[in-house]
Design a protein around this ligand. Structure first.
Ligand SMILES: Cc1cc2nc3c(=O)[nH]c(=O)nc-3n(C[C@H](O)[C@H](O)[C@H](O)COP(=O)(O)OP(=O)(O)OC[C@H]3O[C@@H](n4cnc5c(N)ncnc54)[C@H](O)[C@@H]3O)c2cc1C
Length: 446
């Protein structure tokens, strides 16, 4: 951070969206001495952690406890306020807000653009999971989920757990290239979800309500340059009966009038353009981060973005330099195919066990056992941490005071190479130098 002295800072900062990106930004601003205000359109904060991820994967009490801590350290969260509709950024400026962090995520589900896609009984995974996470979904009959990612898996498993008798998930991708992880697919199958890879939606059937859906064979998903460009064989079709069709084929940003009358520019019409180091947009008091900037990613990416957003906002409102001393993360990716790291640890990752599944909506993954934790932590690759550039290290030992876990230690390998004075004897060792130096100074003054 640019200022070593921490707040309290009086500058008002508005954060729009209480998902992981917005909350992380608020947290880091609060720890820096600000009292940021988070505006959230939903009834409860948490974003997709609260309204997207099913509770059997992430219990809502856990999120609530984390958010309670944020309130205690000075973050104000105003829920039920949609910025751009209930209040505008300009009005907030007039109320004295000096900077804005726009972290509104990708709150919209995409549709495939086929006949019948908006018939009653169709929905997107985002809307379906949002409803399910408020506890208001009871299903029966046959559900078809379109999509092959982790969000499709979540929707399929929640549908099954909410009472659907038959849940079938169809993806463009074949099993070997399906975006949903193997672990997710295995657990979905254990729940009774049928996964049918290699099919794309052609048409939803029904007149005033969904009755079924037709799929066409997908022959390839990507073109020769690796771009998403699905190709189909229209002569090979299957038709499934359905009481409900859930589309889990991607997410998009819902901007509405939020950034209207600002200088913010957009990529592909909805993604705000910002500097990739500072996240500052063309409107200098507006910063962005999380899924709204990157497109759908992971919670940890949003949390990391919020931290950087807080740093930028602090520099901006205190008129500091926006880029000096920042971590540019210019990493060179390790070529895993051609690895020749000495003593590289190839032991596999530990996998946690599962508890008996009594309640369908409580978390059932256990934590690692003590023995597993020992094995897991023994996998440390010591990646560079123990490598000291002897031409640079002056042995001052400051590094040993930096690690919060006391993992850095300094040893003298060549004890004979220099004299070292241990702390009790320090004064007697320094005294002759002090006397000599004081004499020199007095002599020069004369
Ligand atoms: C179903 C599903 C499952 C997922 N599972 C995982 C997982 O297992 N692990 C993982 O790491 N990631 C997972 N993700 C991804 C992860 O949840 C997202 O990457 C992350 O939540 C993005 O954070 P964000 O803060 O950018 O946006 P969001 O979490 O989307 O939060 C944005 C917030 O902004 C609010 N908002 C929007 N517009 C306005 C406005 N105008 N005014 C005020 N508030 C507004 C929204 O209501 C929302 O609360 C999942 C995502 C989904 C959809």
């Amino acid at each position: 951070m640019i200022a070593s002295n921490r707040g309290p800072w009086k500058e008002k900062v508005a954060i729009i969206g209480a998902g992981p990106a917005g909350l992380s930004c608020a947290y880091y601003l609060a720890t820096q001495g600000y009292s940021p205000t988070v505006f959230e359109k939903d009834e409860e904060p948490g974003g997709m952690l609260r309204y997207g991820i099913p509770s059997y994967k992430l219990e809502k009490d856990v999120i609530k406890a984390e958010i309670d801590i944020m309130r205690e350290i000075g973050v104000e969260i105003r829920t039920g306020v949609e910025v751009g509709k209930d209040i505008t950024i300009q009005q907030l400026r007039e109320e004295g807000y000096k900077a804005f962090y726009v972290a509104i995520g990708c709150q919209g589900g995409k549709l495939p653009g086929i006949t019948g896609e908006t018939l009653p009984g169709t929905t997107t995974a985002i809307d379906f999971l949002h409803k399910a996470n408020t506890g208001s979904v009871k299903l029966s009959g046959k559900v078809v989920v379109v999509g092959g990612g982790n969000v499709a898996i979540d929707a399929a498993r929640v549908a099954k757990r909410s009472g659907a008798e038959q849940v079938t998930m169809l993806s463009l991708e074949t099993e070997d290239i399906m975006p949903a992880s193997l672990e997710e697919r295995t657990e979905a199958r254990e729940d009774g979800v049928v996964i049918n890879p290699g099919w794309g939606p052609k048409e939803v059937l029904g007149t005033d309500k969904v009755q079924g859906i037709v799929f066409k064979k997908c022959t390839s998903v990507y073109d020769k340059d690796g771009r998403f460009a699905p190709a189909y064989d229209d002569s090979e079709l299957i038709t499934l009966d359905a009481d409900m069709v859930i589309f889990a084929i991607g997410q998009t940003v819902i901007l509405k009038d939020l950034l209207k009358d600002t200088k913010v520019e957009f990529f592909r019409g909805v993604y705000p353009v910002a500097d990739k180091l500072t996240y500052q947009t063309a409107e200098e008091d507006i910063f962005v981060g999380g899924d709204v900037y990157t497109g759908p990613k992971f919670a940890i990416d949003a949390i990391a973005a919020g931290k950087e957003g807080a740093e930028s906002i602090h520099r901006y409102v205190q008129h500091g330099h926006m880029t000096i001393g920042r971590n540019r993360r210019d990493f060179i990716e390790l070529d895993k195919e051609n690895i020749s790291v000495e003593s590289y640890d190839n032991s596999s990752r530990q996998v946690e066990g599962c508890a008996k599944r009594d309640d369908k909506f409580t978390e059932y993954h256990l934590t690692l056992t003590e023995e597993q934790v020992r094995k897991e932590t023994a996998r440390c690759l010591s990646c560079g941490a123990s490598v000291v550039d002897e031409n640079r290290c002056i042995g001052c030992g400051v590094c040993t005071t930096k690690c919060a876990f006391d993992a850095i230690h300094l040893y003298r390998e060549n004890a004979d190479a220099s004299n070292m004075v241990i702390s009790e004897d320090k004064f007697s060792a320094i005294l002759p130098y002090m006397v000599k130096r004081t004499g020199k100074i007095l002599f020069k003054k004369k």
